[in-house]
Structure formats: C-alpha cells, structure tokens
Ligand binder design. Structure first.
Ligand code: ADP
Ligand code: ZN
Length: 745
C-alpha cells in the first residue's frame, strides 16, 4: 500500500502531497503523522490518503520511516477543514494543517511526562499466594499487598508506605510477579478540576425561549444562531444549559471567548459546573500543559473546550456545539497568515459535523446581524436583563459647555458629582479612558511642532514614571526624554496636551483623596496575571474606582458597580477607519453594560464634544437596531465591507527607495493584469498605491497597494493570481498579500 503525505514544509513547490510506500507490517490511517525521507533529510508529514495506486516511478519511490503517534493526530473532519481553508486562503495545506496541532508537537520538541509504575503481572490467587509466602512485615509482603487489587500504582506512591521500595520491586519483577514500566501522566493546569455540581439558574422566560429554539438543533442535525442579548440578559446561562444538554447526549462542545485572560469568570463558571470534562486552553499554558490538554481532548477525556480563537481547531470528536461569545470582537479575525475569520471556520465545522453554532453578543457585528437578517442564522433576541433589572440610564455631557464654564479638567461637573455620590454610598465606579499614558502629545506653542517618534512618524505620548516622565511611542515602544526647547524653532514654549489614563487617575486622586483606585491598561497588565490581579483588587472592593482603556469593557460582571463614566467618547469615534463607528458603538454599549448588574440600578455618563453625533445617541439609548440600520445603510452606500472586500499588497523593505520602486512596479503589473482580465477589472472598484499612515515600522519602510472589490467568483480568482504575484516576490523588498476576510459571502 501507498500513502500520500503532506510534508510539513511551507513552500509553493511543495504544495502537493507526495507518495510514499508503506512498508510491510506498518499500518497507517489518514490524519496520522509520519516521519518521511525528504531530499537528504527526515521530515514530518501528515497522511492525507491511503491508496493502492502508485503515481511515482518505482526508482523514485521512497518509504515511510515510522509513524509519530499510533493514532490520527488530525481527525478526518479537521483534515477536510484544513483543505478547505487552504483553498480559500490560497496557501499550501501544510500551512493550514499547522493550525490543527499544538505548535509544540511539530519537530519532536515535546516529551511526554512519564512516571515509573508497578502492576501485578500474575493472576489474583497467584499474587495472594506469593504474599502469604513472604516474610510478614517485609517490604516484599507490603508491596504485594498494595498491588494486590491489580490497579497500577506509581513507584512514588508505593514509596510513601514502603521506604525505598526500589530493590524489592526489582526482585518482584525478576520473579515475574509484577511489571515495572513508564506510564504517561497528564499535566493538568491549575490543579485538578472539581465540579461543584452547580445546577445553574432557573431560566427567565426569555432565556427559556432562546434555549427552546436551540434544543431541537442540538438533538438533530445542528443549526446556526445569532443570539443578540442586551448586557446582563444572561447569555452565558443559555449556552451553559446547551452545553449541559450536549454532554448528556455524549457529544462535545467548544466555547470560544475573545481573550481568555479577560474571561476568568466564564472559566470558573464552566469549571465549577462541568468539572474535569472541561479543558481550558490559553496562551499562558506551558508547552507541556498545552500538549496534555490537547491529548485529553483528542482522547475524549475533555469534552468541553474553552479557549480563544485557535480552540476552534480542537480535535473533539462528536462535536455538538460551538459557541462564539462576544462574536463582534476583532480578535476573532486572525490577521496573521493564513488569515481566517473564526466565525466562518466555526460555521464550516458545524456544517460538516452536523453541529450547532451560536454566535452571541450584546452588540453583534454588522456582518453577523446582516447575515442573520438575510436568513443565514436564526436570530434569537433577549432584550431584557435578568430579574427585570433595568438597563442603566445614560446621560450625555457636552464637554464644550464645560469649557465655557471654565472647567478645563477631564472630568465634567456631572461626572465629579456622580463619582462623589457613588463612593459615599459605598458603591463602585468604572471610568473608561481609551488612551493610556498621561498626556497624548507634546507640542510647541510657538511654531506648532509636535514631537513624533523618529521610527513611526506618530506623535509620542507622555507617561509619568516613579521619579521622572518619558515620552513613549505606542507603536514601537521607543522612549525619550521630552525636549526642554523646541527642536524646530528653539523656543521654550513646549507644552503637554491631551489626556490618558494616568491623567484621569491623577484627577480622581485630587478630587477624592484616599479613595483607592486601580488602573488597567497596557502599562499595568504587562506582568504575568496582571489582569487577574487588578480585577481581583476591584472585585474584592479594595479598589473603589477602576480606570482603564477598552480592556475594562469586556464581559466583566461586578454587581457593586453603579456608575460608569466614558471620559472621552470622541476618541473612539474619530479614528479614520470604516469600522470606527461600529467599534465605538460596541465599546460604549459594552462599558455601559457594566453598570447596574447587581441589585442597585446603574448610571452612565458619556462625555463628548460631539453630543449630536448619531452614534452617541444610539449608544445612549442602547438602541442596537437603530444603530444597525444606520450603519448598514452607510456601508452599503459607501461600498464598504461587508458589501465589498478590502485587500492589499503590502511592500516592506529596509530601504525606502526599494519599497517605493517595488510598489510602483507592482502597481503597473496589477493594472496590466486587470487589463488582461476584463472580468476582474469590472469587479475592482478602487486600486490605489499609498503610504500607510505609519511610515515605517521597526526600521522597515512600507508601501501598500489597496484594492476594494465586489464580492464575486471573479474576485476570488483574481486573489489567487495576486497571491502568486506576491509569492514571486521582488528583489530588495518583501511582498505580502492580505485580504480582510469579513465579507458578506
Ligand atoms: P450577559 O453575558 O448576557 O451580559 P451574563 O451571562 O453575564 O449576561 O449574566 C448576567 C448575570 O445574571 C450574571 O451574574 C449571571 O450569573 C446572572 N444570571 C444569569 N441567568 C440568570 C437567571 N436565570 N436567574 C438569575 N440570575 C441569572
Ligand atoms: Zn515608534
């Protein structure tokens, strides 16, 4: 027999599988990893197919060296998924197959952890007789007694009862009474899970209705849902009940969260309710722990997987359900090659494996809601909070009027008063400031010069430190001491403008001395478990006010929070990106949703210089539908995604003229290509050469060729050609082809 092997090399010339002979006595199956000869070297590969036909000349045929495991590391459904993804991303299957395995598994870098174990090797009566025949109280007798039940016991454990059992064990082995061997063990991260047997809540009528729509699909051939539930409507409880149903049916579930570090609550709920059948995969696991969790899943010991986007590739068998929680989050788009949209991958998996997909959010992405309206997903809506808790009241504060009333600080009178009241009542508050640091830019009052990062061409942010302050580039991390004199005009009027989280924290301290606060941003969460510590400080009540960037808006459930302040709403609105309005609405709604989740009602204050902006209005009324309609129209009229696809050829070089020359030449080639293919030309709306807003990053000069195209078969063909064009490369510059995968296909 022969097999076709996808060799683990990512190169266009190696895109196809290679045929190898399976030697006499070796059995292999599709999806199994093997070592094969490749050129002069040994390489790893994955069996794509077993076949009786040989398509290689006999003198060229080579033989499989050995299987790497005795099971298929990639089950058939995931093999099919990898093939499909490779086709869509225009890349070799070897590349998408890498997504299906823990990185540590490749290159034989992983060692399974084993422990020396002893087990009786003879029948019960024989072992009993041998024990009776030994000297009473001897090590031999005690060991036999411990092993008599027949179960394997680790030598370490035996050593706890019988001191230094080594020699006695070897004698027993020599006498053929026991077997000594290395047994595999599993590293379970965070200790063994224990189920609390928590039965969960009794569902509210809205939750019940949603679940009843889902249940028939769980029992049948699956289905696709978009669960739109306002913040605090209890979406988690709905899908936990669905998971429970899955387990009862002997099936598996995958729960995807935007970032595991930000969802400790969800993890603890799942562990609490489902115990050891729940596996949690996150980036902080050690290589060994990751591999062990993966094997627990592969063997069917773990049947509920919770993780970030890569967990969508978990090798669960009998998949019944995939949940994508907070489906609007951009972390679900993998922006590294091979690019994919986790929601689409999940949908494809569910379809192939007859499983059910639930996308859940309080602020669904424009794309997903549009698809639901078109009928791709069944829309489930939960428009009330549990226990009839009201949604928080949102007030808009016009910061222009604050200026007129001589308030030049970052906190309005209304927000100051609300903070004071909140703290006086012993409640907690959250302040969102979507920029870290102290001042956002440093500029010369006389000539207007702005201090910019010499690498990145963006303005530098002032951070106060323990003893002194520094300017820092938020793109590349470069630091420098702020200039005392203007480097441009030599004047002494260098001033600091704009505010960040540090400044807000300082204002709060000035206003409420002695009230403990916590700050959560990129600067305070860098250390291991930085997030967890800050959240714990706030949860325990040690900190009364939490100040942070958008990190604080995500999925947190703090019942003591009654006040949320959005310090500078305009920051999120003014970004030059077609998605900025969508992101701003999501951010405001999510952060407002943190207020009033306990018994006390919540209050939200939104500070803005643009009080008339419709997005501010939609967010204040928490009217998702109205926001969706307006944004959907804007996107359709402006031909933005999801109605079109954005793609780009990115050119990078160490030398500016190389980047420029390559971009120019590439543009000519692309235009020629379009002229030669009128069908592609027709679908391409815009093609322009441009310098990205960040001129150069980490000493790389960049240019890009941006194109906007209609969603069509022809466009997809054209992308295939562009991928080849990029792969062909250019002298002195690197070319990368990227497609934004979030489209209405
Ligand atoms: P969402 O994700 O929709 O914002 P959560 O799932 O976080 O909402 O639920 C909000 C809060 O309500 C949580 O504290 C949760 O424990 C609680 N909760 C959920 N369902 C119920 C229920 N049926 N009865 C009482 N409390 C519930
Ligand atoms: Zn920089």
């Amino acid at each position: 027999m022969y097999c076709r092997v996808i060799v683990d090399i990512v190169h266009e010339n190696v895109a196809k599988p290679f045929t190898y002979l399976i030697p006499e006595g070796m059995t292999l199956c599709s999806g199994q990893r093997v070592a094969v000869p490749f050129g002069a070297r040994e390489k790893e590969g994955i069996v794509a197919e077993i076949t009786a036909e040989c398509d290689v000349a006999p003198e060229k045929l080579r033989t499989v060296i050995r299987p790497l495991e005795d099971y298929a590391a990639v089950p058939p459904e995931l093999m099919a998924l990898a093939q499909e993804m490779a086709q869509q991303a225009h890349c070799p299957v070897a590349e998408t197959l890498r997504l299906m395995l823990p990185a540590q598994m490749r290159g034989g870098r992983i060692r399974e952890k084993t422990v020396r174990t002893a087990q009786i090797a003879v029948s019960g009566p024989e072992a009993y007789a041998a024990m009776e025949a030994s000297r009473p109280g001897s090590k031999r007798a005690k060991l036999l007694e411990l092993l008599l039940p027949g179960k394997p016991v680790s030598v370490h454990e035996l050593g706890e009862t019988v001191r230094d059992p080594g020699e006695a064990l070897r004698k027993l082995e020599g006498d053929g009474l026991i077997r000594l061997y290395e047994a595999e063990t599993m590293r379970t991260p965070g200790g063994a899970f224990r189920a609390t047997g928590d039965p969960g809540y009794e569902l509210t009528p809205e939750q019940q209705e949603a679940l009843e729509e889902i249940l028939p699909c769980l029992h049948g051939k699956g289905g696709k849902f978009l669960l739109h539930g306002v913040t605090g409507s209890g979406k988690t409880e709905v899908f936990m009940k669905a998971v429970h149903e899955m387990l009862a049916l002997g099936k598996c579930a995958i729960i995807l969260v935007p970032e595991i570090a930000l969802t400790p609550q969800m993890v603890s709920w799942f562990r609490g309710r489902f115990g050891a059948v729940a596996a949690v995969i996150h980036s902080r696991l050690s290589a060994g722990e990751r591999y062990d969790e993966w094997r627990r899943i592969r063997r069917g010991e773990a049947r509920v997987v919770i993780g970030a986007r890569s967990a969508v590739f978990s090798p669960v068998e009998k998949l019944g359900l995939i949940v994508v929680d907070e489906e609007h989050e951009s972390t679900y788009l993998n922006d590294r090659h091979p690019r994919y949209d986790t929601r689409d991958v999940a949908a494809s998996r569910c379809e192939r494996e007859n499983a059910t997909l639930i996308l859940a959010s309080a602020t669904p992405s424009i794309l997903s809601f549009a698809r639901a309206r078109r009928g791709d997903y069944i829309l489930l809506e939960m428009l009330h909070r549990v226990n009839d808790r009201p949604l928080p009241e949102v007030e808009i504060v016009d910061m222009r009027q604050e200026l007129e009333h001589n308030n030049r600080t970052v906190l309005s009178y209304a927000l100051r008063q609300a903070l004071q009241e909140c703290v006086a009542k012993g409640e907690q508050a959250i302040l969102l400031m979507n920029r870290r640091g102290y001042n956002s830019f440093v500029s010369c009052r006389s000539c207007g010069y702005v201090v910019k990062c010499p690498n990145c061409d963006i303005s530098m942010t002032y951070h106060i430190g323990d003893n002194d302050g520094k300017l820092r580039c938020h793109y590349c991390g470069k630091e420098m001491i702020p200039p005392a004199l203007c480097p441009e005009c030599g004047g002494r009027h260098i001033r600091f403008f704009g505010a960040g989280t540090q400044k807000v924290e300082e204002e709060v301290h000035k206003m409420l001395p002695g009230v403990p606060t916590a700050r959560m941003d990129y600067d305070t969460t860098g250390t291991k478990d930085g997030h967890g510590k800050i959240l714990e400080e706030f949860r325990s009540g040690r900190a009364r006010i939490l100040i942070g960037t958008q990190m604080i808006a995500k999925g947190l459930d703090f019942p003591q929070v009654t006040l949320v302040g959005v310090v500078a709403a305009d920051l999120a609105l003014n970004l030059p990106d077609y998605r900025s309005r969508e992101r701003a609405f999501q951010l405001f709604t999510q952060v407002a949703g943190r207020a009033g989740r306990g018994t006390q009602p919540g209050r939200v204050i939104l500070q803005t210089y643009l009080p008339k902006d419709p997005v501010i209005g939609f967010a204040a009324r928490q009217d998702y539908r109205a926001f969706f309609e307006s944004e959907f129209r804007r996107r359709r009229n402006g031909l933005y995604p999801p109605f079109t696809i954005l793609a780009r050829l990115l050119i990078e070089s160490d030398r500016e003229e190389n980047a420029e020359k390559t971009a120019e030449a590439l543009e000519i080639k692309v235009r020629e290509m379009l002229d030669a293919h009128p069908a592609w030309q027709k679908k391409t709306l815009i093609l322009l050469r441009d310098t990205p807003s960040v001129k150069y990053l980490k000493s790389k000069f960049r240019r890009h060729l941006v194109m906007k195209s209609l969603v069509s078969k022809e466009t997809d063909e054209m992308y295939g050609a562009l991928t080849e064009l990029a792969a062909a490369g250019s002298e002195g510059a690197e070319i990368i082809f990227e497609v934004n995968p979030a489209t209405m296909m």
